[in-house]
Design a binder for this molecule. Structure first.
Ligand code: TSB
Ligand code: ZN
Length: 584
C-alpha cells in the first residue's frame, strides 16, 4: 500500500514546504509566473501556476528540479509572519490569485505568510524550519488544471511532486509508483488487447476488443447464474427514455448535469439514460402485486450514459458509456433487513470468488439536522439506518459511517476499492429508496387488502462491468484466473513438422471440451513461443513433442512457472475442470 502523504504529519509538512520550494524555483525561471494553490495530496503535492503564454513540458521538470536543489543548498530559513487584512492586501496587491484567496478567507482567520530568501507565499503552514530539509524530492508530472476546477475558467499548469526525508524512502516510493504504472489497467488493457478507444467514437467510450469481450462474457454468465439462483428476474429495456420519464423519476431536476443532452425525434424528447431505475419501476408497475409476491427482483445488464468531466474519464474505470450489473428489489418495509442481508451476502460471496480482499464498506447515512437535503420521514430513516447497521454487524463487517452522504431518497452502502493509480472508487452499491416507488405510484396489496407502497433497493454487485473489469485487470495484473482468461490454454508443438498433427488433434479435443484454446504452430523457435505465452499471460501452456506424441500424453506449464508436468489426457482435463470449479 502506498503511503498517504497527507495523513502523515511529518510528510505533510515536508511536501507542503516542497510545494513552496517548487514555486520559488519556477519564479526564478519564469519571473512572470503567478501562483494559485499548492496543496498536499495523498500522493505528494502539486502547485497550480499561471505562466501566461509559457508552457512547461515534462522535459522542463529537470531544470526546475535543479533550481530547487540550488535553493535548498543555499539553506535559507523559512520564516512565518502574521498579517492584518490590510497588510496582506497590500503585500499581495500585485497578485490577483492571492488577493482572491484573501477575500475568500473566513472571518477571523489568522492571515500568515511564509518567507524563504527572495520568495514569500501566502500560507497557513506549518512548514519545516529551513529549505535545507528539502533534499529528497522528485517532480513527477505536469498537466493542465482549470482555475478553481471549473471548466468555464482558464487553464493553469499543475506540477506534481513528492518529497521524503531520506533518499531510500524516495526511491522506494518511486519504485512503487513504477509498479503501479505497470499494474494500471489502461496499460495492461493495451498490452493484452482487451479494449481500445478512438476519437471518432468519443471520450470515455471504450470499445471492448475480442479478448476483453470474452472476459466480460464470463462475468455476465457468472453473475447471471448467481442472480437467477437467488430469484432475480432479468429484463431488457431500451437505453433511452423520454424526458417525461426522467421528470417523473426526478432525475431531470436533480441529475441533469450528469446526463447527455436531450434529443428530439419527431415530437418525442429523448435522453440517453443515466440510470435504469425508471424503466424498472415501469416493469414492476405493469402488473398487480400481492405482498405474497414480494420481494420482486428485477435485474438487467443495462447500458447507461453519463456525462463525466473529460478530465475524470479513465480507461474502463470511469466511462461515459457503461453497463451496470443492475437490479431493483421491490420489498415490503418489513423485508428491508432480510433483503439487504442477502445483497451483502452476495457481495461477500462474489468477492470471495474473485479473491478480492482489500476493500472498505462505507455506510452513507443522512445528516438528521439537514432537513432540506433529505426526504422527510424521521421514523423511516431511523429504522432503515438501524437495520442496515444491524445487518453489517451480523456479518461482523468492518465499516465506516459517512454522515450526510446518503442519497436524498435513502441510506446506502458502498464498497470502495483502491485502483493502481488514483483515488478510491466504488464497486458495489446497495441503496435504499423510499421515494421512487411513490413517484411512480407503485403498490402492492397487503394482507389486510390495503394498498401499500413498496420500498426499493437499488443494487449493483459488480457496479458496472466496465469498472469491475478495470479492477480485475489490476488485481490480477492481467494474469486472469483460468475460468476468466480469454485464452485458457495455448498448445505448442515442439516442431510443427513432427508434432503438428498431434498438436492439432489436442487443440480440437480441448475445443470440443469447451476450453478457449489457441494453437501456436508458427515457424518460430520453441523458446520464443514459450516466452510469448508468458507475455500474453496465458494460464496454461501445453508443450507437445516426441514423447507426448508417442505416449499420447500431455505436458504443460503454468503461467509464471518453469516446471513442466506430464499426465494423461484424462488427468489434464480433470485438472482444468477442478481449477475452473475452484475458480483458481
Ligand atoms: C444501482 N440506480 C442505481 C443502481 O440501481 C445507480 O445507478 N447507482 S450508481 O449511480 O451508484 O451506479 C452504480 C455503479 O456504477 C456504481 O456503484 C459504480 O460502481 C458504477 N459507476 C458509476 N459511474 C461510473 C462510471 N462513470 N464509469 C464506470 N462505472 C461507474
Ligand atoms: Zn437504480
Amino acid at each position: 500500500m502506498m503511503k498517504n502523504i497527507k495523513e502523515d504529519e511529518r510528510l505533510n509538512k515536508l511536501n507542503h514546504s516542497c510545494a513552496h520550494l517548487l514555486a520559488q524555483a519556477v519564479k526564478h525561471l519564469y519571473p512572470h509566473a503567478k501562483f494559485w494553490v499548492g496543496p498536499v495530496i495523498e500522493e505528494g503535492f502539486y502547485y497550480d501556476i499561471d505562466l501566461g503564454e509559457d508552457v512547461i513540458k515534462e522535459e522542463d521538470l529537470e531544470t526546475i528540479e535543479k533550481e530547487m536543489k540550488k535553493i535548498s543548498k543555499d539553506g535559507k530559513r523559512i520564516v512565518r509572519e502574521e498579517l492584518s487584512l490590510e497588510e496582506a492586501l497590500e503585500k499581495f496587491k500585485e497578485d490577483p490569485y492571492k488577493i482572491d484567496l484573501i477575500h475568500h478567507m473566513e472571518e477571523g482567520t489568522v492571515i500568515s505568510c511564509y518567507m524563504q530568501g527572495d520568495f514569500t507565499d501566502l500560507c497557513r503552514g506549518p512548514h519545516v524550519e529551513s529549505v535545507k530539509e528539502l533534499k529528497h524530492f522528485k517532480l513527477l508530472k505536469v498537466s493542465g488544471a482549470y482555475f478553481k476546477g471549473d471548466s468555464k475558467n482558464h487553464m493553469l499548469q499543475r506540477i506534481y511532486g513528492i518529497c521524503f526525508d531520506t533518499i531510500e524512502d524516495l526511491e522506494a516510493h518511486l519504485q512503487e509508483l513504477e509498479e503501479a504504472k505497470e499494474r494500471d489497467h489502461r496499460k495492461i488493457g493495451k498490452d493484452l488487447s482487451l479494449f481500445m478507444s478512438h476519437d471518432l467514437v468519443g471520450k470515455g467510450m471504450p470499445l471492448w476488443l475480442p479478448n476483453g469481450a470474452l472476459i466480460r462474457k464470463q462475468l455476465e454468465n457468472y453473475i447471471y447464474e448467481k442472480e437467477r439462483s437467488l430469484g432475480y428476474q432479468h429484463v431488457y429495456t431500451p437505453c433511452v427514455g423520454t424526458v417525461d420519464l426522467y421528470k417523473t423519476s426526478g432525475h431531470w431536476d436533480h441529475y441533469q448535469e450528469n446526463m447527455f443532452p436531450m434529443m428530439k425525434v419527431d415530437e418525442e424528447e429523448f435522453v440517453l439514460r443515466p440510470m435504469n431505475c425508471p424503466h424498472h419501476m415501469l416493469v414492476y408497475g405493469n402488473s398487480l402485486h400481492s405482498y405474497r409476491d414480494l420481494p420482486i427482483r428485477i435485474g438487467e445488464f443495462a447500458q447507461d450514459f453519463r456525462y463525466e468531466a473529460s478530465g475524470a474519464v479513465k480507461g474502463l474505470e470511469r466511462v461515459r458509456c457503461m453497463c451496470q450489473n443492475d437490479a431493483h428489489l421491490f420489498v415490503t418495509p418489513e423485508q428491508i433487513g432480510d433483503e439487504f442481508k442477502k445483497v451483502v451476502a452476495l457481495i461477500l460471496d462474489v468477492y470471495k470468488d474473485f479473491g478480492i480482499k482489500e476493500y472498505k464498506f462505507r455506510l452513507s447515512l443522512r445528516d438528521p439536522l439537514d432537513k432540506e437535503k433529505y426526504f422527510d420521514d424521521d421514523a423511516m430513516w431511523n429504522e432503515a439506518e438501524n437495520k442496515l447497521r444491524e445487518v453489517l454487524d451480523s456479518f461482523g463487517i468492518d465499516y465506516y459511517e459517512a454522515i450526510g452522504e446518503a442519497a436524498f431518497y435513502g441510506p446506502k452502502l458502498d464498497v470502495e476499492v483502491k485502483p493502481a493509480v488514483g483515488p478510491e472508487v466504488t464497486l458495489s452499491t446497495c441503496q435504499l429508496d423510499f421515494l421512487l416507488p411513490r413517484r411512480f405510484d407503485l403498490s402492492y396489496i397487503d394482507k389486510d387488502g390495503s394498498k401499500q407502497v413498496p420500498v426499493v433497493l437499488h443494487r449493483a454487485i459488480f457496479g458496472t462491468f466496465d469498472r469491475f473489469t478495470a479492477f480485475l485487470i489490476e488485481e490480477t495484473k492481467g494474469a486472469f484466473p483460468l475460468w476468466i482468461a480469454p485464452t485458457q490454454v495455448v498448445v505448442i508443438p515442439v516442431s510443427d513438422e513432427h508434432h503438428g498433427e498431434y498438436a492439432e488433434e489436442i487443440t480440437s479435443w480441448l475445443k470440443e471440451a469447451n476450453y478457449r484454446v489457441e494453437l501456436d504452430h508458427r515457424n518460430e523457435k520453441l523458446g520464443y513461443r514459450l516466452r510469448e505465452a508468458q507475455t500474453k499471460k496465458i494460464p496454461v501452456t501445453v508443450i507437445l513433442g516426441e514423447q507426448e506424441q508417442k505416449d499420447q500424453t500431455i505436458s504443460y506449464r503454468l503461467f509464471g512457472e518453469k516446471d513442466t508436468t506430464s499426465c494423461s489426457k484424462e488427468e489434464f482435463l480433470n485438472y482444468l475442470q477442478e481449477r475452473i470449479e475452484k475458480r483458481r
